[in-house]
Design a protein around this ligand. Sequence first.
Ligand code: URA
Length: 245
Amino acid sequence: MRLSQILFSQGFGTRRLCAGLIYNGEVSINGELIEDADAEFETEGLEFVVSGKTWPFYEKALILLNKPAGYECSQKPKHHPSVMTLLPGPLRERNVQPVGRLDEDTTGLLLLTDDGSLIHKLTSPKHHVPKIYEAQCKHEVTQEQVARLLAGVELHEPDPAPGKPARKAEQARAEGAEAFDTAAGTHGLRLTLIEGKYHQVKRMVAAVGNRVEALHRPQFGALTLPADLKPGQWTWVSSPSLITP
Ligand code: URA
């Protein structure tokens, strides 16, 4: 692929801007400055440097972000900054989107990609990709609550509009549920879900008479949050096969 096309495909701006970066001596490959925008390179496994920063070439971008609290997953956030502000310009330019959403106050593993069919595959319940959540609950988590979450609960509309007839309750079931100890006692609840309904964990926990006070996602499919990835930091996922091996 031509170098200007490589930069364009990786989110470095318009073709004219990409050519400008090359002519201005900002781009090197294998330690060699490349000033010819038409120079051809094999993209498989390619790494290139733009303005001193090294980038791997990926036909589709797949990113793992350690989402901090206080960020919205929406592109047009209402009350807090968007998670997109945590990503560098070229990834935003490539229009990566969150794979499902985490609430503003939820922390942990968030995937983002510009591969629409992958988003569908990872979020559709048909594909059975497990997501693990750890909730810190207000009250002790009882074995009865765990059993009800595994059997399935009715989710009620989170914010019914005043004066409007209530919508039909939705059903939701956890694939896995277990209580665990926290500093407050047995207030921890680990849930495995394959669906991603709106506020699903919070609504499921409310449906069994408890309340989520803090929510964290340590795992998505087979991917876990890397121990050295601090809140707000991101890393590349080299292949979707790491998520659903
Ligand atoms: N369920 C919730 O209630 N909130 C999240 O952020 C994710 C799952």
